[in-house]
Design a protein around this ligand. Structure first.
Ligand code: FE2
Ligand code: FE2
Length: 245
């Protein structure tokens, strides 16, 4: 099984994960076409970089990478309006119900154990930011993109919203937001060791990790449904309307 370490060679990163390769190239210390037989330790040595910094960045990119085996077959055969309804009921409602509950659990765990574990306060700050980011993001979808999709199917035309009268603009925004949330989720996995429960953890701590794990999983599926089904479907529907009009 693949294990990331300073001995890992670039060729192994290439075979294992496009996201880790992209993260490596974005550092500027490795370029397409360079010798892939070099290890992370050797690369860092040549550039005077601490390997731990690079390893952290690579681990974060890998955690944020969407798994390829997400099953969204429940959306097969649905209209775009029904896809929007599925997303709202399975993900937006879920997030609005659970984010405040999880925030409260985190606050309680930080009060009890924060002094002895710095990572808990980082989890608290990160989750607060994610909650705010996701709430803004959902509002934007519900006020711009989702009505546009419903209009296209119901009326064959888009009524202008605060984001104009075409789906491309909001979709570009949403995709950027998704990338940010994926990075934040990667950081959350890193800070919680993939939601692993420490020995002797109290009930609240266990519940917090369990809920965070579920939140992470739900959000991965949520983003996948939008990026891979809703957005391409909306762009295609709009192109068909324009071609017909
Ligand atoms: Fe959404
Ligand atoms: Fe979204």
């Amino acid at each position: 099984m693949f294990e990331l370490s300073s001995e890992t060679r670039v060729s192994e990163l290439q075979a294992e994960s496009p996201a880790m390769m992209a993260a490596l190239i974005s550092t500027g210390i490795f370029h397409d076409g360079d010798n892939q037989d070099v290890s992370i330790a050797e690369l860092c040595w040549d550039f005077g970089l601490n390997p731990l910094i690079l390893l952290n960045a690579l681990a974060r990119a890998r955690a944020a990478e969407a798994p390829s085996n997400i099953d969204v077959s429940e959306l097969d055969g649905l209209t775009l309006t029904q896809v929007v309804e599925n997303i709202e009921s399975s993900h937006h409602v879920y997030l609005r119900e659970t984010m405040p509950e999880i925030g409260e659990l985190i606050d309680r765990v930080v009060d009890a154990h924060g002094a002895s574990d710095d990572r808990l306060t980082e989890v608290q700050a990160l989750f607060e930011k994610m909650s705010a980011d996701l709430e803004n993001h959902m509002l934007h979808e519900e006020e711009a993109l989702f009505p546009m999709v419903r209009d296209m199917e119901a009326d064959g035309a888009i009524k202008p919203t605060r984001c104009g009268d075409a789906v491309g603009g909001p979709i570009a925004c949403m995709e950027n937001d998704h990338k940010l949330v994926q990075e934040e989720l990667g950081h959350l996995c890193e800070l919680t060791d993939d939601y692993a429960v420490p020995e002797n953890a109290c009930m609240t701590y266990r519940k917090m990790l369990e809920q965070l794990g579920r939140f992470g999983q739900n959000t991965v599926v949520h983003i996948h449904k939008e990026d891979k089904v809703l957005f391409p479907g909306a762009l295609k529907a709009q192109a068909a309307l324009r071609a017909g009009g």
